[in-house]
Design a protein around this ligand. Structure first.
Ligand code: ZN
Length: 268
């Protein structure tokens, strides 16, 4: 394990453009429930899951009804939103923010909607599935902080005339084009991808490591920090897996980097 942490630190020092991908695994350590784990919100409440599947269609059909439902949510999804609002970053989030500050990681692309990377101080964050802390206009992709929009009259409207929804990408809703494009560009640009707390099986997010590995030459180096081996490990998409908690391993990588033992080799 120590060897792998040293290897990751050395790979980061020698990368030209490293990015990180994160998923539920990094946030469960902050007490944010996941979706399909043993205590996942959908595992515990199948009815809430079924309703969540219809949410985007409800918005399209009846934006007012969508907002009434979202603001009055009492089921597992409502509990989830409540937990997310209270959650605070953990050492894994802070370690990624430090890696950005050290110039070692250029962007974090996350599947999480909890905003914890931004809270931890990361600046370059692509929230692939949106954020619970914002609203978005699906017509023009404008985004608004939750506090700056009045919810007295439902639904709230964008300046362009479109109805606003949560920025969160619901089931069956397309990933906003600006986010999709930016993430794709980063996956093609990076020469190192650090995958933290995600098995990356949900598409199109799951395409990002594959793009970095198979869609560019030379292939990006891919390092996994995950609790268990994933399809990325089994399919040989990742170079190696550092198995364990992101909240423990990522700070160790930062610490190893800070020891100053790693020198860049080569140029670029
Ligand atoms: Zn708009």
């Amino acid at each position: 394990m120590k060897d792998l942490i040293e290897r990751a630190a050395s790979d980061l020092v020698n990368s030209r453009y490293a990015i990180a991908l994160t998923g539920a695994g990094i946030s469960t350590e902050s007490g944010v429930p996941d979706y399909r784990g043993p205590k996942g919100i959908w595992t515990l409440d199948k009815k809430a899951e079924a309703k969540a599947y219809e949410r985007y269609e409800l918005f399209l059909r009846d934006p007012k009804g969508y907002w009434e439902e979202m603001l009055g949510l009492k089921d597992a999804a409502g509990v989830f939103y409540g937990e997310v609002r209270k959650a605070m970053p953990n050492p894994g989030h802070y370690a990624l923010a430090q890696l950005e500050e050290l110039g070692r990681v250029k962007w974090v692309i996350t599947q999480n909607i909890d905003g914890l990377h931004l809270k931890a101080g990361s600046k370059n964050v692509i929230e692939y599935h949106g954020s619970i802390h914002r609203l978005r206009c699906p017509s023009c992709c404008s985004r608004f902080a939750f506090e700056e929009v009045s919810l007295e009259k439902l639904p709230p409207y964008c300046k362009c005339g479109g109805a606003l929804k949560y920025d969160v990408v619901h089931f069956k809703e397309p990933i906003p084009f600006d986010v999709m494009e930016k993430a794709e560009r980063e996956a093609l640009e990076c020469d190192l991808m650090l995958i933290c707390g995600t098995s990356a099986v949900v598409y199109p997010f799951a395409g990002l490591p594959r793009t970095a590995r198979l869609g560019r030459k030379p292939a990006a180096k891919i390092i996994e920090v995950n609790a268990e081996p994933t399809p990325l490990t089994h399919d040989g998409i990742s170079d190696y897996l550092i198995q364990g908690k992101t909240g423990e391993i990522l700070p160790e990588i930062v610490e190893t980097l800070g020891s100053g033992r790693f020198k860049r080799i080569g140029v670029g």
